[in-house]
Ligand binder design. Structure first.
Ligand SMILES: [Zn+2]
Ligand SMILES: [Zn+2]
Length: 218
């Protein structure tokens, strides 16, 4: 009898929080917050502490956890098991550890050309951030070039061409933006996205990702 209520809940809501197992939750914001922690912001050019004495034209990158352990597992559940609602909760949890972020729009890194994914995981995280920060999301970027989904081991994306992205959506009235990604490995992708927005007069004042790979200075 004791197990009948969770069983019935599971029939009605056939999902469970991957952290606490609660039926009907795709991922509790409070559970995900336990996986993250407040972190110092990073220089997007070298992933060292921000402000950076070597890169005066850089902007701060905010992040929730290193790309390892349970944080990495959550990114994988979001991307490979099509748990889109989890991504929104991940964005909301991430927002609770970041202060002082202000911009006219949140811009997610788009899916790669030909991606088999059902949805853009970075957009889901941006949706959660948007709800908490009360900053509108503008899904306005598209890849111009075909690249491997992630830099392979030992390589970087610093060789990405300058015109890696194009702006596809309307950005009227937007002067500043924050770029959002699920994982930041080298910062190269975010920097190219920032260049494409700069070309149409939008200043990128920061970027944010759920996790950060082990950068050279982390
Ligand atoms: Zn939970
Ligand atoms: Zn730097």
């Amino acid at each position: 009898m004791a197990g009948i209520v969770p069983f019935l809940l599971h029939l009605i809501f056939p999902v469970r929080c991957p952290l606490c197992g609660r039926a009907g939750s795709c991922g509790c914001v409070e559970c995900i917050k336990e996986v993250l922690s407040p972190n110092f912001s990073l220089c997007i050019k070298c992933l060292g502490p921000y402000p950076c004495s070597e890169h005066s034209s850089s902007f701060p990158h905010y992040w929730g956890a290193r790309h390892e352990g349970m944080a990495r597992k959550l990114v994988h559940l979001l991307k490979y098991e099509n748990n889109g609602a989890l991504g929104v909760s991940m964005g909301m949890a991430l927002a609770s550890y970041v202060t002082g972020m202000s911009a006219d729009a949140l811009v997610p890194i788009p899916l790669h050309i030909g991606s088999p994914r059902l949805f853009n995981q970075s957009r889901k995280i941006a949706q959660g951030l948007s709800l908490k920060f009360d900053i509108p999301m503008r899904d306005c970027l598209a890849w111009n070039v075909e690249v491997a989904p992630r830099a392979s081991k030992g390589s970087t994306r610093s060789e990405l061409p300058e015109n890696s992205f194009k702006v596809t959506g309307s950005l009227g009235g937007i002067k500043t933006a924050i770029i959002c990604d699920d994982v930041c490995t080298t910062g190269a992708t975010i920097q190219k996205a920032a260049s494409s927005l700069a070309k149409i007069g939008i200043e990128v004042v920061g970027s944010i990702s759920f996790t950060v790979g082990k950068g050279p200075k982390l």
